[in-house]
Design a binder for this molecule. Sequence first.
Ligand code: ADE
Length: 238
Amino acid sequence: MIFDILTIFPGMFEAPLGESILGKAQARGIIQVRVHNIRDYATDKHQMTDDRPFGGGEGMVMKPEPIVSALEGLCREGPRPWVILLSPQGRLFNQKIAWELSRRPRVMLICGRYEGVDERVSEYYTDEQISIGDYVLTGGELAAMVVTDSVTRLIPGVLGNAGSALVESFSEPILEYPQYTRPQEFNGYRVPEILLSGHHEVIHRWRRGQALLRTKLRRPDLFLRLDLSEEDRELLRL
Ligand code: ADE
């Protein structure tokens, strides 16, 4: 899968995407992350990528020409990309959208800056806008990294434990149960005894109960949408 990232700050992507699972996925050729500097496509003397807003007002707006010139130039080679503008005004990103994107051969992520991007870019040259949450970042770069990371781990062969992403995809949206590792006692705090019991069935039920309980307490919105079995209800009554 190819990720084309359009940004005026290509340096922001160097370290974060080269490490760990994303770094390995690139080294193994499962994904290709190409970062393109929008400024390289600006044709004026000062290679300007932004300008003052028509109608007046604070701040600067990203010019359409360099972005569209980059986009069109890159589209001439390879499969047609699904073009996304990262913006707080976009569709709210979630795991379902990550799965959708993971099935595409090529995704282009345009990172906006300043007060925004000339509206004609989103209107006529992109397939959709995506927001990673109801808060405002200084630009789309971190959002593009979030999308790249969460999509990459869903691509077959990327995760060491091949099944783990797949299992998630079919399971309901529920929070994870708590995890512990050695030592059994840390600063006087003990691991729940049940996890040391060796009774797999009992442990399995305890974990299910914990997952249900935390989802109910921390994410009542998700909890309401769960399809609970009779055993789940029983676990919650305990
Ligand atoms: N750019 C600025 N804020 C953003 C957000 N929340 N999601 C995506 N892109 C953004």
